[in-house]
Design a protein around this ligand. Structure first.
Ligand code: AR6
Length: 162
């Protein structure tokens, strides 16, 4: 698997699947979640309601249509809240997202830095958690693209990527 990093908006990524940093309710929110629902349109929420009537557990992943996004699918994950959830739940998000991507046949997947915004996970460790999973994953995904929203986050990921 090739691990790449770009600076930009995850909703603009021309990939098979974009990963959403959702919450347990799976009914939209702020940050990446808000951006994906806004750009994807109402079809994303409709599919969330249909496929996740009881929401989604922390550390788990599930997919919906990507609606109007360039991507074909949205893979939703629920990251842990720093100080409440565990690091294992954070790595589980990436592992489960790759499993769901494999199930869909998605070859290129764009990831945000799960839990590193509203959920308060320290950015350096959030990057390391993602890289650990990508580097050890047995997955048919050809490219895992880490999407940094701002320049400092891009520089941090690029540095740790080596
Ligand atoms: N594209 C790429 N990255 C982004 C974008 C974007 N459009 N917008 C923000 N980021 P967050 P979390 C970065 O807060 O910490 C929501 O309300 C952001 O700078 O989106 O997992 C959900 O509904 C940060 O580095 O996700 C949940 O309730 C990273 O994406 C809760 O927030 C993740 O920030 C989840 O919090």
């Amino acid at each position: 698997m090739e691990i790449t990093v770009v600076q930009g908006d995850i909703t603009a990524q021309d990939v098979d699947a974009v990963v959403n940093a959702a919450n347990n309710a799976m009914r939209g929110g702020g940050g990446v979640d808000g951006a994906i629902h806004r750009a994807g349109g109402p079809a994303v929420l409709e599919d969330c309601v249909r496929r996740f009537p009881h929401g989604l557990a922390t550390g788990d992943a599930g997919w919906t249509t990507a609606g109007d996004l360039p991507a074909r699918w949205v893979i939703h994950v629920v990251g842990p809240i720093h100080g409440h959830g565990s690091r294992d739940q954070l790595t589980s998000c990436y592992r489960r997202a790759l499993e769901v991507a494999d199930g869909l046949g998605a070859s290129t997947v764009a990831f945000p830095l799960v839990s590193a915004g509203v959920y308060g996970w320290p950015k350096g460790d959030a990057v390391d958690a993602a890289l650990e999973v990508f580097r050890s994953a047995r997955s048919a995904v050809a490219e895992s693209r880490m999407v940094a929203f701002d320049r400092p986050t891009y520089d941090l990921i690029a540095e740790r990527l080596g």
